[in-house]
Design a protein around this ligand. Structure first.
Ligand SMILES: NC(=O)c1ccc[n+]([C@@H]2O[C@H](COP(=O)([O-])OP(=O)(O)OC[C@H]3O[C@@H](n4cnc5c(N)ncnc54)[C@H](OP(=O)(O)O)[C@@H]3O)[C@@H](O)[C@H]2O)c1
Length: 285
C-alpha cells in the first residue's frame, strides 16, 4: 500500500495518478472529506487526516509499503516555526507508530541552508526524519514553474510581470510539478537503505525575462518583467496580509544571492523534461 499525503494538490495528485496507472494500491490522505469521492472513484482508499494530527496520521500510515510526505506550505510562519514543528512532531509520532517500510519526503532546494528563511521549515523536517532510522529519501526540487500562476492576470491584462527573483537575467533552477510527482512516484517504487537526497530541476534554467518572453509568445502580446524593489517587499507582503514577512523575504534573498542552491554535484541531479512553455500554456488555458 502506498500512502500519499497532499493527494488533492498538484504534486501529491501526480504521484497518486502514476501509481494508480500501474495498478498499485494507493491510500490518499486528505483533510477534506468532501474531496474523497473523486479519489475513491479512481480506485484509492481514503484516510482523513490533518497534517498535525498524529493519531489520524498513524492510522493512515498503517501497513504502508511507502509513505509520501508532502508538508503543507506556510508562507507566513511565526518566529520559531511553531506550526511546522507541530506537523513535524505529528509525522514523527505517526511514523514511529505505523512503521512504514520507507518514506519519500518532499523537501526543497536549499534545505541545507544555514540562514533562517522560509525553507528552514524543511530543514527541521529533514533533521527530524533523519533520526528515525528508516529508509528515507528527501526529494529537493527547484522553484516550481507553477509559481508563475500568480503572474497570469498581470501578463494577460497589463503585459507586465512583477519579479522578486532578480536580477531579471539571472537563471533560476525551476521544475514542473508534473515532473516532481513523476520522480517522487518512481522513488517510492525503489528500495534503498538509510538516507538519500535527490535534487531535481528542469531541462534548462529560467530567468524572469524568459518567463516574460514565454508569456509574450503564448499570449501574442508584449510582456515584460519588472523588478519589485527589495526595500518595498515588506510593505507589499504586509499588504497581502502577511504578519511575519521576514522568512519569505529571506528565502527570495537566498535565491537572488545564491545561498539557496543545490547541495550535491551537478552530475547527480535529476532532470525533468517539461518545459516552461508547456506549464504556462496550462496555466493560461
Ligand atoms: N512552490 C515551490 O516553488 C516549491 C519548491 C520546492 C518545494 N515545494 C514544496 O511543495 C509543496 C507544495 O506542493 P503542491 O504545489 O503540490 O501544493 P498544493 O497543490 O498547494 O497542495 C497542497 C496539498 O496539501 C494539502 N494540505 C495543506 N494543508 C494541509 C493540512 N494542514 N493538513 C492536511 N493536508 C493539507 C492540501 O489539501 P487541500 O486540498 O485540502 O487544500 C493539498 O492536498 C510544499 O511542501 C512546498 O514546500 C514548493
Amino acid at each position: 500500500m502506498y500512502v500519499i499525503t497532499g493527494i488533492t494538490g498538484k504534486v501529491g495528485g501526480a504521484v497518486a495518478r502514476i501509481l494508480l496507472s500501474r495498478n498499485l494500491p494507493v491510500r490518499g490522505v486528505m483533510r477534506d472529506a468532501g474531496k474523497a469521492e473523486t479519489w475513491r472513484a479512481l480506485g484509492c482508499e481514503v484516510a482523513i487526516a490533518e497534517m498535525d494530527d498524529d493519531n489520524a496520521l498513524s492510522e493512515a500510515f498503517k501497513g504502508a509499503t511507502g509513505v509520501f510526505i508532502l508538508p503543507p506550505s506556510d508562507f507566513d510562519p511565526e518566529p520559531g516555526f511553531p506550526v511546522a514543528r507541530r506537523i513535524i512532531d505529528a509525522l514523527v509520532q505517526a511514523i514511529r507508530t505505523a512503521e512504514p517500510e520507507k518514506v519519500v519526503c518532499l523537501s526543497t532546494i536549499g534545505a541545507q541552508a544555514a540562514q533562517t528563511n522560509l525553507l528552514t521549515q524543511r530543514t527541521l523536517l529533514e533533521q527530524a526524519l533523519n533520526q528515525l532510522g528508516l529508509p528515507v529519501t528527501f526529494l529537493r526540487p527547484g522553484w516550481f514553474m507553477e509559481n508563475c500562476a500568480q503572474d497570469v492576470a498581470a501578463a494577460r491584462e497589463q503585459g507586465v510581470i512583477q519579479s522578486y527573483l532578480q536580477p531579471l537575467d539571472k537563471a533560476v533552477p525551476m521544475i514542473a510539478t508534473a515532473d516532481v510527482g513523476k520522480l517522487a512516484a518512481s522513488l517510492l517504487m525503489q528500495d534503498w537503505a538509510g538516507k538519500r537526497i535527490v535534487e531535481l530541476e528542469g531541462p534548462y534554467r529560467v530567468t524572469p525575462n524568459d518567463v516574460a518572453s514565454t508569456f509574450s509568445k503564448i499570449l501574442g502580446r508584449q510582456v515584460v518583467a519588472e523588478v519589485v524593489a527589495r526595500h518595498t517587499w515588506e510593505t507589499v507582503f504586509r499588504g497581502q496580509g502577511h504578519q511575519h514577512p521576514s522568512p519569505r523575504m529571506r528565502m527570495i534573498d537566498g535565491f537572488n544571492e545564491g545561498w539557496i542552491c543545490f547541495e550535491g554535484p551537478e552530475d547527480e541531479r535529476a532532470i525533468g523534461e517539461t518545459e516552461l512553455e508547456e506549464v504556462l500554456r496550462g496555466l493560461l488555458s
